[in-house]
Design a protein around this ligand. Structure first.
Ligand SMILES: Cc1ncc(C[n+]2csc(CCOP(=O)(O)OP(=O)(O)O)c2C)c(N)n1
Ligand SMILES: [Mg+2]
Length: 372
């Protein structure tokens, strides 16, 4: 794979060469705080998983700038079709950590009532955050369909559709880009090239010169951006949304970044990522990169980081505590949430399950193992 020079905005000294990100000081600090909140959520979920209180979590360290930079370009009327690693996009738009924690525990307050895997969030407010799909690539055609429908109805909606380098090998990727190109659907395809699809390196994922070049085949612009530079990601996504709103159709953005953790809490990346690669990417930490810009703008000090870290850590810890205290969804919701009127044979099956639970006790939580 040849290296295409990615778009960058923040230079090594925190300068932006006159670029105006179009964000107020409060909005810039909100981006920063959200990245810290993602990291706190990550760290606390890891502890919850390792102590057997939740089954599974997905690390985000290293990719916070891609998520938050992209989310910052979206309006509340837009829809996000996220990958499982994108909870920073939800946090940016005001989803509360406790509502995410309810999903992590699969408890009775979870808006999916424990029927989804952990980290498979969905929210209608404050932004449409479409339910995360486990099967890779399946949400890309959904994003195109939703965006095309909104366009036909004359609604001001752009779909931000995020997926990984591995996602580009799915059938959904190719059919979605083809339809979006033909229909000029208002979609921003954000390929987060974090170097790996579980243990498969990006170099073995494609014979193309990177991922953005695939846009050529579908008649849309392809842009490569430094995914650890929040303002560069924002710039690329803002331009793509402007084109989409102007009826010019979709853009494929490849954000080059790196996953500093395992694929999931069930994975140990030290088995396949060389230590030197981790060391190299640690120097490119996206939060530190943004700090250089904030500091150069007079908005950041180490004390500010400590203060905000304390704040988000307390918020996420309290969210975990609250969610843990909520019990599992009542057994009958397995049936009652599915049918408006429960058919007789299902009612009979349900009764048998309730009788069993009465005799033997309701399902007990497992020991934290998860087979993925
Ligand atoms: C259709 C399908 N095939 C395989 C899997 C198993 N799987 C889960 S995540 C993953 C890797 C995806 O990598 P990438 O798209 O690069 O996203 P990343 O995890 O790096 O963010 C695979 C192969 C799946 N979930 N769905
Ligand atoms: Mg990947």
């Amino acid at each position: 794979m040849k290296a295409t020079e990615p778009l960058q905005v923040i230079d090594s000294k925190g300068g932006v060469n006159g670029y105006d990100p179009g964000l107020s000081e409060d909005e810039l600090m909100h981006c920063y705080r959200t990245m810290l909140a993602v990291r706190a959520f990550d760290a606390i979920c890891l502890k919850l998983q390792r102590s057997g209180r939740i089954g599974f979590s997905i690390p985000n360290e290293g990719i916070e700038a891609t998520q938050v930079g992209a989310a910052s370009a979206m309006k509340k009327t837009d829809w996000i079709f996220p990958s499982y690693r994108d909870f920073g996009m939800a946090l940016y738009h005001g989803v509360k950590p406790v509502d995410m924690m309810h999903n992590m525990f699969g408890n009775a307050s979870d808006n999916s009532r424990g029927r989804q895997m952990p980290v498979h969030f969905t929210f209608v407010e404050p932004i449409k955050f479409v339910s995360i799909s486990s099967p890779i690539g399946t949400h890309l055609p959904q994003a195109v369909g939703a965006a095309f429908a909104a366009q036909r109805r004359g609604e001001d909606m752009v779909a931000l559709c995020s997926f990984g380098d591995g996602g580009t090998s799915s059938l959904g990727f190719h059919s979605a880009l083809n339809f979006a190109g033909v229909w000029k659907a208002p979609v921003v395809f954000l390929c987060q090239n974090n170097g790996w699809a579980i243990s498969c390196p990006a170099e073995e994922q494609t014979a193309s010169d990177g991922f953005a070049i695939k846009a050529d085949a579908y008649g849309m612009p392809g842009v490569v951006v430094d995914g650890n530079d929040l303002l560069a990601v924002r710039k690329a996504v803002v331009e793509a949304t402007e084109a989409a709103r102007a009826g010019k159709g979709p853009t494929l953005i490849e954000a080059k970044t790196f996953r500093m953790g395992g694929h999931s809490t069930s994975d140990d990346p030290s088995g396949y990522v060389p230590k030197e690669v981790f060391d190299e990417w640690r120097k490119k930490d996206p939060i530190k990169r943004f700090e250089t810009y904030l500091a150069a703008s007079g908005l950041w000090t180490p004390e500010k980081r400590a203060e905000l870290e304390k704040e988000v850590d307390a918020e996420v810890s309290a969210a975990a505590k609250d969610a843990q205290a909520v019990g599992p969804p009542p057994l009958e919701t397995v049936f009652s949430d599915v049918y408006a009127e429960i058919p007789a044979h299902i009612r009979a099956q349900g009764q048998a399950a309730f009788d069993l639970a009465t005799r033997k006790g309701d399902a007990q939580s497992g020991g934290g193992e998860f087979p993925l």
